[in-house]
Design a protein around this ligand. Structure first.
Ligand code: C2E
Ligand code: MG
Ligand code: MG
Ligand code: MG
Length: 285
């Protein structure tokens, strides 16, 4: 197995290690070379205005395919990248790639939209991200207002004072900031006011309706959307999968939606095709 997986990088494991920790160690070693060997691709998932059905933006979602290990989910490799410190150079690459791509699309198709890049918690405790963002904007020529950074609730809470200072600095450059997966952590909306946020991404768990619950999560979603608006944040519902989800969201004042009911994350070629078709003017039936 070690041999098949590519030789001496994996020599540290011993037969008594669990299969799980062996997989982990192999991925760890392989991740070090993923950037140099061009194994990453940025996928894009559309975001749509619920009222006009128009494309408003795309989220950049990283994909890694290793020649032997196959496709590894970001849910698995992002934590490894965080532990090993590789996350800074990976994010730097995603920022450059995504801003360059969206600037190209903007120039070619004439309709500006935003691109959102996910940040990890530890990147809010480190000034490196400022240089990465400045570099990506300068190199691509993308308008700063077309770049959005997504931060999870827990990332904001971890070291809130440091994060607040860094986010204010980022905000000075004119980009947009959003809180991702809202509702999965323990922060209150009121607490989030200390950060210069533009947008709240409602976690998809709000749409997983359970009729036996005392208070339907859908009711909660509605309350959160209204409160977010009171605080001046726009709201994106994520994980919108079905007509039922869509019909519910249309009864609320939710601003945008993202999810498989529009499209799964797709490779740049497919996104390109979508932009070329008149269909992108009207992404919802
Ligand atoms: P996220 O930022 O919350 O991204 C949304 C995830 O939900 C994506 O999973 C997307 O494919 C998935 N999704 C979209 N629509 C639907 C839907 O209708 N139903 C369901 N069930 N899922 C949907 P993905 O691409 O596997 O990414 C997972 C997580 O990995 C992301 O969650 C983000 O936290 C992290 N991630 C991905 N790319 C990057 C990156 O470049 N940098 C960092 N730091 N994290 C990343
Ligand atoms: Mg995200
Ligand atoms: Mg999310
Ligand atoms: Mg999520």
């Amino acid at each position: 197995r070690a041999k098949a997986a590519g030789g001496n990088c994996f020599r540290f494991y011993t037969p008594d290690m669990s299969a799980e920790s062996r997989t982990r160690m192999m991925r760890h070693a392989a991740l070090r070379h993923a950037l140099d060997r061009n194994e990453f691709v940025v996928y894009y998932q559309p975001r749509v205005d619920l009222k006009t059905s128009r494309l408003t933006g795309v989220e950049a979602l990283l994909r890694w395919t290793h020649p032997q290990l196959g496709e590894v989910s970001p849910v698995d490799f992002i934590p490894l990248a965080e532990e090993s410190g590789l996350i800074d150079s990976i994010t730097d690459w995603v920022l450059r790639r995504a801003t360059q791509q969206v600037q190209e699309w903007t120039l070619r198709h004439g309709r500006p939209f935003t691109v959102s890049v996910n940040l990890s918690a530890r990147q809010l405790r480190n000034e490196k991200i400022l240089a990465s963002v400045r570099q990506a904007l300068r190199a691509s020529g993308l308008h700063p207002g077309q770049l959005e950074l997504e931060l999870t609730e827990s990332a904001l809470m971890e070291d809130a004072d440091t994060a607040a200072i860094l986010l204010k600095e980022l905000k000075r450059h004119g980009l947009r900031l959003s809180v991702d997966d809202f509702g999965t952590g323990y922060s209150s909306l009121a607490y989030l006011r200390r950060f210069p946020l533009d947008c709240l991404k409602l976690d998809r768990s709000f749409l997983l309706q359970n009729h036996s619950d005392e208070v339907s999560p859908w009711k909660l979603a509605e309350a959160v959307i209204n409160l977010a608006h009171t605080l001046g944040l726009s709201v994106v519902a994520e994980g919108v999968e079905s007509e039922e989800h869509l019909a519910f969201l249309r009864t609320t004042s939710c601003d945008e939606i993202q999810g498989s009911c529009i499209s799964a994350p797709m490779p740049p070629e497919d996104m390109e095709r979508l932009l070329c078709s008149t269909h992108s003017e009207q992404l919802l039936a």
